[in-house]
Ligand binder design. Structure first.
Ligand SMILES: Cc1ncc(COP(=O)(O)O)c(C=O)c1O
Length: 466
């Protein structure tokens, strides 16, 4: 194949053939690469994306995995990246650079109870850093000796690397990748619709939070150093805990000196109608991890932000002076790339100047109102969400809550995309429970665009379940 000097130019047939030949797409049964043409996206503007055949779609997923917060086609981000690359593209994070300093300042301004920012490139990596902080602290700090284990929830996702996946629930997703890293301990989720303790909210003692203490005591509190949660579970099915949940969990963590890690990879940067997902609750995490919306995915960037007390463990390493490190022994090569910080600064400026967190709250309420109209269909079991993040759980029987099948879900998804709208879904994450359609449009969405999305879903439901 001839290499073009300007690769923005392409021949559609050539690209489709080359895609079939060489590209291994994510999360798709591979047989479909042989028989079906994969959608190739070539352009985006606002919430719209155009494929290589010229067909336009309204993207209700912010780029498939909920990350293009400010929408497509933002010239100012491209320009900020271009200027920075020309000036100084890279130096490893052992030294400083101006965009990293400015963006770290911005993050601690947005997280006033946090103090230090460690940059890396993906959500998985940001979480790995948090786990390594817990582990190194358990070696060097006498008060934390032996506290190396991390607890995680059975429906949360924390990443694709083996460490992050060891901290991930979602049994089906993990199925083929064990054995996992030692020292990760699972506890049940907090979704009222399928309460793991068979209780009903209002008539329960918030067992989903309180019983975490029993698991800690069984495991040995002297061995547990961290507990990671998504403030609102995203890929696990859009699960928002009740208001009592996090204060109880926080108390338990404080009692046993366990660092509470909030994975804001999805919820951060306005997705849920507040800047951070955890701001919906009375909770004060020790470590916050973030990625995706950080630079609106115009560039790859993640961060692990910590309280001073976490940083101080490394600053004041009290081990033998001949062997002590006095630093967190970690690095990320691409954590020294400067363009992602420039993109993040500009993306965050847009979020602030265009009041997009407020738009997420206001239009999020409208989205929920419209989605609630779909409860007229028997196949809709529950609709839940916060801000511009929502999910519909589809069932074949409302009484028994029996989930629709993978086949029904696939047909339904196909029918929505056939209507020109891209939505998301739980993807082979839980055996028998991959029945949740999700919505996470860019934060610039309008009411009219919400109407188009919900109309497309309504029409697809009628077609699929007629
Ligand atoms: C809550 C959460 N944490 C972490 C990750 C991992 O992020 P990445 O894919 O950038 O490694 C994801 C990815 O979807 C996520 O949803």
């Amino acid at each position: 194949m001839e290499t073009k000097t300007n690769w923005l130019e392409y021949d559609a047939e050539e690209m489709v053939a080359a895609d079939k030949d060489c590209v291994w797409h994510h999360l798709k049964p591979h047989k479909c690469f042989e028989t079906q043409e994969q959608m190739i996206i070539v352009e985006g503007n606002g919430l719209n994306v155009t494929d290589i055949r010229g067909k336009e779609y309204l993207d209700a997923t912010s780029g498939g995995v909920w990350s293009v917060m400010v929408g497509y086609g933002r010239d100012s981000i491209a320009e900020a990246v271009c200027d920075q690359l020309k000036k100084m593209p890279y130096f490893a994070g052992v030294f400083g650079n101006v965009p990293a300093i400015k963006f770290a300042q911005k993050l601690v301004e947005k997280l006033p109870r946090m103090d230090k920012v460690f940059f890396s490139n993906s959500g998985s990596e940001a979480n790995e850093k948090a786990f390594k902080m817990v582990r190194q602290a358990s070696r060097i700090n006498p008060d934390r000796k032996g506290k190396y284990k991390i607890m995680y929830r059975d429906r949360d996702y924390h990443g694709t690397t083996i460490g992050a996946m060891s901290a991930t629930g979602q049994a089906q997703r993990k199925h083929d990748f064990g054995p996992f890293v030692e020292g990760f301990v699972e506890f049940p989720h907090c979704a009222c619709y399928r309460c793991p303790y068979d209780k009903t909210y209002g008539d329960c003692d918030i067992e989903c939070a309180r019983k975490v203490e029993d698991i800690i005591l069984k495991e040995g509190p002297e061995t547990i150093g961290g507990l990671i949660v998504e403030p609102i579970t995203a890929g696990g099915g859009v699960l928002k805990p009740v208001k009592e949940y996090y204060p109880i969990l926080q108390e338990i963590c404080k009692k046993y000196d366990i660092w509470l890690i909030m994975d804001e990879v999805v919820c951060g940067f306005g997705r849920t109608g507040k800047f951070w997902g955890h701001e919906h609750f009375d909770v004060d995490p020790d470590i916050v991890t973030m990625a995706k919306g950080l630079a609106s995915s115009y560039e790859a960037l993640s961060a692990t932000v910590v309280k001073q007390k976490v940083y101080d463990v490394f600053l004041n390493d009290p081990t033998d002076p001949d062997t002590r490190l006095n630093y967190f022994r970690d690095i990320s090569t691409y954590g020294g790339c400067t363009a992602p910080m420039a993109a993040a600064l500009e993306s965050t400026r847009i979020i602030e100047d265009e009041n997009l967190v407020e738009n997420s709250r206001v239009i999020g309420e409208y989205l929920m109102e419209k989605l609630n109209g779909l409860t007229k269909y028997d196949c809709v079991g529950e609709i839940r969400g916060q801000g511009l993040f929502a999910g519909i759980e589809f069932v074949n029987n409302r009484e028994t809550k029996e989930a629709i099948t993978e086949g029904q879900m696939a047909t339904l998804m196909g029918n929505v995309v056939g209507n020109g709208v891209i939505v998301g879904r739980t993807n082979s994450s839980f055996h028998g429970l991959n029945n949740i359609m999700n919505f996470a449009p860019c934060l610039i969405i309008t009411k009219e665009q919400v109407d188009t999305i919900v109309g497309a879903v309504s029409n697809a439901i009628e077609k699929t379940f007629k």
